[in-house]
Write a protein that binds this ligand. Structure first.
Ligand SMILES: Cc1cc2nc3c(=O)[nH]c(=O)nc-3n(C[C@H](O)[C@H](O)[C@H](O)COP(=O)(O)O)c2cc1C
Length: 265
């Protein structure tokens, strides 16, 4: 295997774009990946390293157009129906528990660890899949929008206890010119020896660097406004929170105390 140069590696990662519009057939239906391409991105997913050898994740490959359409509605991401391929990436501790049971062992009780390593394994597999797809010339999109309809998604995919959707992934050939999106300056993300809390000026600089990611229709971007819509008081994440807690409970993966909030339906 020949090694890549630092410049080639940088160029590969700089070519990454999240893409939400894909080339489809004339009637708008998905054009599946060629079998060899699909096979190798799934192979890449399974080559991800994994905690304690367990592979605490599952991928649900969505193929039925009706399932795709329902997943698009539940996640509020239309490209779930139109991308060449669509996957729901799940933390999965069920298979490991079943391996223990069929080999005569009693599974332990570790719901917090299940979420910790299950999500980690799911992310590593999904990242390998997306990177492999990008190596083949495709682009993709992670979809945290699974939290917009997580209960319905658990029903739709018939996910048993111990399996929790983390996010979905769409893959295909881009039909849009997505921009190169900035990242927070490295010194606020990569800490040397001890944690460095960014000061006021450093955070203002980071905001200036990140503002273009929120630009729409030629208007200047306002990154804190975008973050606020998700993470500020009364933002989207507070609305998602009770649904995620309910899903963790439903899937037997909740390790916290009882919560006062009840899900809003
Ligand atoms: C876990 C995760 C969830 C995401 N959820 C969504 C989503 O629901 N819908 C969407 O359009 N983009 C989603 N994205 C894509 C991000 O918006 C995108 O990665 C970010 O804006 C940076 O852009 P870039 O990947 O093109 O550099 C998600 C990304 C990640 C990693």
């Amino acid at each position: 295997m020949t090694h890549r140069s630092p410049e080639e590696v940088r160029a590969f990662y700089d070519a990454h774009r999240t893409v939400r519009q894909y080339v489809t057939a004339a009637d708008g239906t998905p054009i599946p990946l060629p079998p060899a391409h699909l096979d190798v991105i799934l192979h890449a997913a399974q080559r991800a390293p994994t905690d304690a050898t367990a592979q605490l994740y599952s991928l649900v490959h969505l193929r039925d157009p009706e399932v795709r359409a329902q997943a698009a509605a539940l996640t509020t991401n239309a490209h779930m129906a139109t991308a060449s391929e669509a996957f729901v990436v799940c933390a999965d501790v069920r298979r490991t528990r079943r391996v223990l049971e069929v080999s005569g062992r009693t599974p332990g009780h570790w719901p917090a660890v299940a979420v910790h390593f299950g999500i980690g394994d799911a992310v590593m597999a999904g990242t390998n899949l997306l990177t492999a797809a990008e190596m083949l010339g495709y682009q993709g999109c992670w979809i945290g929008g699974v939290l917009n309809g997580i209960d319905g998604l658990i029903d739709l995919l018939r996910l048993p206890q111990g399996v929790l959707p983390f996010a979905a992934l769409t893959i295909g050939t881009p039909a849009e010119n997505a921009p190169y999106r900035p990242r927070v300056p490295r010194h606020l993300v990569v800490h040397t020896d001890t944690y460095h809390d960014g000061d006021h000026d450093e955070l203002q600089d980071a905001i200036a660097v990140m503002n273009p990611i929120a630009s729409r229709g030629g208007q200047p971007g306002d990154w804190p406004r975008l973050l606020g819509a998700y993470f500020a008081q009364d933002g989207g994440m507070e609305k998602r929170e009770p649904h995620l807690v309910a899903a963790l409970r439903r899937q037997g993966m909740w390790s916290g105390e009882a919560v006062a909030q009840t899900p809003v339906h």
